[in-house]
Design a protein around this ligand. Structure first.
Ligand SMILES: [Zn+2]
Length: 147
Protein backbone atom coordinates (compact mmCIF):
# COMPACT_ATOMS: atom_id res chain seq x y z
CA UNK A 1 0.00 0.00 0.00
CA UNK A 2 1.42 3.35 -1.08
CA UNK A 3 1.65 6.18 1.42
CA UNK A 4 -1.01 8.84 0.61
CA UNK A 5 1.25 11.57 1.99
CA UNK A 6 4.58 10.97 0.28
CA UNK A 7 3.73 8.13 -2.16
CA UNK A 8 6.46 5.89 -0.77
CA UNK A 9 5.76 2.18 -1.21
CA UNK A 10 7.16 1.22 2.15
CA UNK A 11 4.24 1.24 4.61
CA UNK A 12 3.66 -1.13 7.48
CA UNK A 13 0.49 -2.31 9.21
CA UNK A 14 0.71 -1.27 12.85
CA UNK A 15 -2.78 -2.25 13.94
CA UNK A 16 -5.57 -4.39 12.48
CA UNK A 17 -9.07 -4.79 13.84
CA UNK A 18 -12.57 -5.66 12.65
CA UNK A 19 -14.82 -2.69 11.93
CA UNK A 20 -18.52 -2.27 11.18
CA UNK A 21 -20.01 -5.51 12.50
CA UNK A 22 -17.17 -7.60 11.18
CA UNK A 23 -17.75 -6.80 7.50
CA UNK A 24 -14.56 -4.83 7.27
CA UNK A 25 -11.07 -4.94 8.64
CA UNK A 26 -9.62 -1.59 9.62
CA UNK A 27 -5.86 -1.28 9.46
CA UNK A 28 -3.63 1.48 10.72
CA UNK A 29 -0.55 1.83 8.59
CA UNK A 30 2.64 3.76 9.15
CA UNK A 31 4.91 5.07 6.44
CA UNK A 32 8.55 4.15 6.88
CA UNK A 33 9.56 7.17 4.83
CA UNK A 34 7.61 10.11 6.31
CA UNK A 35 6.25 8.53 9.53
CA UNK A 36 2.68 9.57 8.72
CA UNK A 37 -0.08 7.18 9.72
CA UNK A 38 -3.22 6.42 7.77
CA UNK A 39 -6.14 4.00 7.84
CA UNK A 40 -7.26 1.48 5.27
CA UNK A 41 -10.40 -0.63 5.18
CA UNK A 42 -10.54 -4.03 3.65
CA UNK A 43 -13.83 -5.65 2.73
CA UNK A 44 -14.79 -8.72 0.77
CA UNK A 45 -16.03 -7.95 -2.70
CA UNK A 46 -19.68 -8.86 -3.04
CA UNK A 47 -20.33 -11.54 -5.62
CA UNK A 48 -22.19 -10.07 -8.57
CA UNK A 49 -25.36 -11.92 -9.45
CA UNK A 50 -27.39 -12.24 -12.61
CA UNK A 51 -31.14 -12.64 -12.29
CA UNK A 52 -32.38 -14.88 -15.04
CA UNK A 53 -35.73 -14.66 -16.74
CA UNK A 54 -37.13 -17.49 -14.62
CA UNK A 55 -36.35 -15.42 -11.51
CA UNK A 56 -33.41 -17.48 -10.28
CA UNK A 57 -30.00 -15.92 -9.82
CA UNK A 58 -26.52 -17.14 -10.57
CA UNK A 59 -23.08 -15.58 -10.15
CA UNK A 60 -22.10 -13.28 -12.99
CA UNK A 61 -19.55 -15.19 -15.04
CA UNK A 62 -17.78 -12.81 -17.34
CA UNK A 63 -16.18 -15.81 -19.08
CA UNK A 64 -19.64 -17.01 -19.99
CA UNK A 65 -20.63 -13.63 -21.40
CA UNK A 66 -17.38 -13.54 -23.35
CA UNK A 67 -18.08 -17.04 -24.68
CA UNK A 68 -21.49 -15.91 -25.90
CA UNK A 69 -19.99 -12.91 -27.66
CA UNK A 70 -17.28 -15.03 -29.27
CA UNK A 71 -19.82 -17.55 -30.49
CA UNK A 72 -21.79 -14.70 -32.01
CA UNK A 73 -18.66 -13.38 -33.69
CA UNK A 74 -17.89 -16.85 -35.04
CA UNK A 75 -14.33 -15.90 -35.88
CA UNK A 76 -15.25 -12.56 -37.43
CA UNK A 77 -12.70 -9.87 -36.81
CA UNK A 78 -13.82 -6.84 -34.87
CA UNK A 79 -11.65 -3.99 -33.64
CA UNK A 80 -9.38 -5.00 -30.81
CA UNK A 81 -10.71 -4.02 -27.44
CA UNK A 82 -14.37 -4.09 -28.43
CA UNK A 83 -15.11 -7.33 -26.60
CA UNK A 84 -13.05 -6.25 -23.60
CA UNK A 85 -14.92 -2.95 -23.60
CA UNK A 86 -18.29 -4.68 -23.66
CA UNK A 87 -17.26 -7.00 -20.82
CA UNK A 88 -16.05 -4.07 -18.78
CA UNK A 89 -19.32 -2.27 -19.38
CA UNK A 90 -21.22 -5.37 -18.18
CA UNK A 91 -19.14 -5.50 -15.03
CA UNK A 92 -19.56 -1.82 -14.25
CA UNK A 93 -23.32 -2.08 -14.77
CA UNK A 94 -23.49 -5.21 -12.60
CA UNK A 95 -21.58 -3.44 -9.85
CA UNK A 96 -23.89 -0.44 -10.06
CA UNK A 97 -26.91 -2.74 -9.90
CA UNK A 98 -25.42 -4.96 -7.16
CA UNK A 99 -26.33 -7.33 -5.70
CA UNK A 100 -28.03 -8.43 -8.92
CA UNK A 101 -28.47 -7.36 -12.51
CA UNK A 102 -31.13 -8.70 -14.84
CA UNK A 103 -29.95 -11.02 -17.60
CA UNK A 104 -31.90 -8.88 -20.08
CA UNK A 105 -29.80 -5.89 -19.03
CA UNK A 106 -26.59 -7.85 -19.60
CA UNK A 107 -27.89 -8.88 -23.00
CA UNK A 108 -28.83 -5.32 -23.88
CA UNK A 109 -25.34 -4.04 -23.04
CA UNK A 110 -23.75 -6.74 -25.20
CA UNK A 111 -26.17 -6.00 -28.03
CA UNK A 112 -25.47 -2.27 -27.86
CA UNK A 113 -21.75 -2.94 -27.98
CA UNK A 114 -21.97 -5.39 -30.86
CA UNK A 115 -24.38 -3.24 -32.82
CA UNK A 116 -21.76 -0.56 -33.11
CA UNK A 117 -18.93 -2.95 -33.89
CA UNK A 118 -20.34 -5.65 -36.12
CA UNK A 119 -23.84 -5.96 -37.50
CA UNK A 120 -23.63 -9.66 -38.31
CA UNK A 121 -22.39 -10.51 -34.82
CA UNK A 122 -25.11 -8.28 -33.44
CA UNK A 123 -27.81 -10.16 -35.31
CA UNK A 124 -26.37 -13.54 -34.37
CA UNK A 125 -26.22 -12.64 -30.73
CA UNK A 126 -29.66 -11.07 -30.88
CA UNK A 127 -31.15 -14.19 -32.46
CA UNK A 128 -29.91 -16.32 -29.58
CA UNK A 129 -30.35 -13.81 -26.86
CA UNK A 130 -33.69 -12.31 -27.69
CA UNK A 131 -35.06 -15.71 -28.53
CA UNK A 132 -36.49 -14.52 -31.79
CA UNK A 133 -39.59 -16.51 -32.56
CA UNK A 134 -39.90 -15.69 -36.21
CA UNK A 135 -37.84 -14.65 -39.16
CA UNK A 136 -40.00 -11.54 -39.13
CA UNK A 137 -38.26 -10.33 -36.01
CA UNK A 138 -34.96 -10.81 -37.71
CA UNK A 139 -36.04 -8.75 -40.66
CA UNK A 140 -37.28 -5.99 -38.42
CA UNK A 141 -33.88 -5.84 -36.75
CA UNK A 142 -32.17 -5.86 -40.13
CA UNK A 143 -34.34 -2.98 -41.28
CA UNK A 144 -33.57 -1.10 -38.09
CA UNK A 145 -29.87 -1.35 -38.87
CA UNK A 146 -30.37 0.55 -42.09
CA UNK A 147 -31.57 3.64 -40.28
ZN1 LIG B 1 4.95 8.60 3.60
Amino acid sequence: MRCPFCAADDTKVVDSRPAETGKEVRRRRACANCDQRFTTYERAELPLLVRKRDGTTEPLQIDKVQGGIERALGGRMIPEGVVAGILEHVEVAARAAAPEIGSEEVGRIVLDGLKEADEVAYLRFASVYKDFQAAQDFEKEMAALDD
